[in-house]
Design a protein around this ligand. Structure first.
Ligand code: FAD
Length: 355
């Protein structure tokens, strides 16, 4: 718990990959800092991933500064292996994360910022926000959703194929989660339908550095313009692997256009056809968890926050890491370093504030 009235140079909110990278670099800087995390244990959002997501099926976990990713058994659950790695990392580098402490809101406070938490108030000269997206599952509005008589759940709530046995399932979404979950559910479901807003974009061949850079640049451009970020994963396309190819050949990974209406016992497709459903599984992504920053009024007319690298363009004391182009393990790692480098310079030269 934080003591009432704590004051520091840099407050880091969140201790997932982005927050830990920031904490590592801060611990090697002259800046005083405090890291708060809402979870009772290390691991960020990884501790909540569904049990069937194993190290062999994650997209790839990249290093934290000063270390390499764990050599985990491909069959080990990601929700066990990654949090264990984070816990070891915090111990190895003596990164002191205060948890569980939830930041409720951040406001301007004279020259600095004041964060109200469930354990007291923290004052800081600058902020690195690393709160991820896991707590903000997104479900698009579709007419009739409230009348659906079956069950609706989001990727966030998925626990495994067991609860889909014998059910008619509609999986919604064009991302990797939709593909992975559909492949798990299809063998046990009574019927399965996949719907996507746009036809799925399958990507043949390896995802090399150049493709990665191009994807990140695309998201970077959006946040530079103050548009809501798309996830990096959403612009990389769906990898064709032996598993997905088999799913396509078996007729499982064949998408139909997104439905236009939900009715009590199913969904209506744009061509007027009806698909009966007991369960709608929304694999429709997440949004940045930034509600606690609302009092700072960072959002612009584009619906997003205008960014300059990891800094909020309008207020360079505030950095968002793991946001937009850095919303991946590799991006989060780099963003932590960039944010600390910028803040170290910026806080040491207050005269730059006028610039
Ligand atoms: P998180 O890991 O979500 O950590 C955020 C932390 O902030 C949490 O501990 C949370 O409790 C805390 N927090 C949130 N709000 C508050 C608050 N108000 N006060 C205090 N603490 C707060 N990326 C890859 O590179 N490879 C993959 O295979 C991959 N798979 C993914 C699978 C899924 C289903 C999802 C959703 C994402 C995946 N990603 C993957 C993206 C990747 O997980 C993240 O971008 C990356 O781990 C960076 O995480 P983070 O630190 O930004 O956030």
């Amino acid at each position: 718990m934080t003591a009432e009235g704590t004051s520091t140079d840099v407050l880091v909110i969140g201790a997932g990959q982005a927050g830990l990278s920031s904490a590592y670099h801060l611990s090697r800087s002259p800046l005083r800092h405090l890291v708060l995390d809402a979870e009772p244990a290390p691991g960020g959002a990884w501790q909540h991933r569904w049990p069937s997501l194993v190290m062999g099926t994650v997209n790839g976990i990249r290093e934290l500064p000063g270390t390499t990713p764990p050599h985990a058994d491909p069959a080990e659950q990601a929700r066990i292996a990654v949090p264990r790695w984070f816990a070891d990392y915090e111990r190895q580098f003596d990164l002191r994360v205060e948890r569980p402490v939830r930041v409720l809101r951040v406001e301007h406070d004279g020259d600095g910022l004041a964060a109200t938490t469930d354990g007291g108030t923290v004052r800081a000269r600058a902020l690195i926000n690393a709160t991820g997206t896991w707590t903000r599952p997104y479900v698009p509005f579709v007419p009739g959703a409230a009348e659906f008589a079956g069950r609706q759940l989001h990727t966030h709530d998925y626990r495994g194929p067991g609860e889909f046995v014998g059910k008619r399932v509609v999986v919604i979404g064009g991302g990797i989660s939709a593909v992975q979950l559909l492949l798990e559910i299809a063998p046990v479901a009574a019927a399965h339908t996949w719907v996507t807003r746009r036809p799925p974009e399958w990507r043949e061949g390896p995802f090399d550095e150049a493709a990665g850079r191009a994807a990140v640049a695309m998201v970077e451009e959006r946040v530079r313009l103050g548009l809501p970020p798309r996830s990096v994963v959403s612009v990389t396309g769906l990898p064709v692997t032996d598993i997905t190819r088999a799913g396509i050949d078996a007729g499982i990974l064949v998408a139909r256009p997104m439905f236009t209406r939900i009715v009590p016992d199913g969904v209506m497709l744009p061509d007027g056809s009806f698909v009966a459903a007991d369960i709608l599984l929304w694999c429709t992504g997440f949004r940045p968890a930034l509600d606690h920053l609302a009092p700072l009024r960072l959002r612009g007319p584009g619906g997003g926050i205008v960014m300059d690298g990891t800094a909020v363009a309008a207020d360079p004391r505030i950095h968002l890491v793991g946001y937009g182009p850095s919303a991946s393990t590799i991006g989060a790692n780099r963003a932590g370093r960039a944010a600390v480098r910028d803040l170290t310079r910026w806080l040491a030269h207050p005269e730059d504030r006028a610039a």
